[in-house]
Write a protein that binds this ligand. Sequence first.
Ligand SMILES: [Zn+2]
Ligand SMILES: [Zn+2]
Length: 252
Amino acid sequence: MHFAVLGSGSRGNSALVRSSDARVLIDCGFPLRETVKRLARLGIEPGELDAILVTHEHADHVHGVELLARHHRIPVYLSAGTLQGLRKPLEPAGLLTAGQRLQIKDMEITAVGVAHDAREPLQFVLSDGRRRFGQLTDLGSVTAEVLECYRGLDALVVEANHDSEMLARGPYPYPLKARVGGQWGHLNNQQAADLVAALDWEGLQHLVLAHLSEKNNTPQLARQCFVDTLGCDPDWLQVADQHSGLDWREIA
Ligand SMILES: [Zn+2]
Ligand SMILES: [Zn+2]
């Protein structure tokens, strides 16, 4: 299995996972042209995609979904709540609920429910039967379901959204600070690092920090928090950023 990130942050999120037979895009928060450009950077034509999984209806995750799916006839899978929340309606290939499994060629996908201020948000674990990859962003708190589903992975992309002090002192108006830092918002660096510490993370080949706030976090702070909490090698940690995302990584 391989995975890559087209870009991650409040201005657009999209990740790509491939097995021997399947190519699956998770979210598409970039305009169509930008998405095609970013896919090309990873050597992928939009027509090669077997499915788009959508986590939730926030614009940084769905901005380009409808156009990409329609122009290139790509099946879209999402929850009924997310479908209702979309500004541009689309005809889904299938509806997902938390805990449900979906098979796309040789890839098995598990939908995981998360605590986030969207209608019916999901995150995803993908497996080719041999290795397991987890995508986990946009959650304000860690639930038993998350701890159970993300245990013992081979690769994990996890949200490290903000540093709580930077958020408190930063430029956001109070209601937005409360939303971002709340139970249904986003994980701060320490919450994310504690979450990973609570999983069997020693088997991870890749740990990627994602959805970093450009106003309320820095890659240095996020990395340091994980290094301090996990005691891991700083060079092993990877950060997926807004502009360049993350190039293909192999899950051996
Ligand atoms: Zn988001
Ligand atoms: Zn969101």
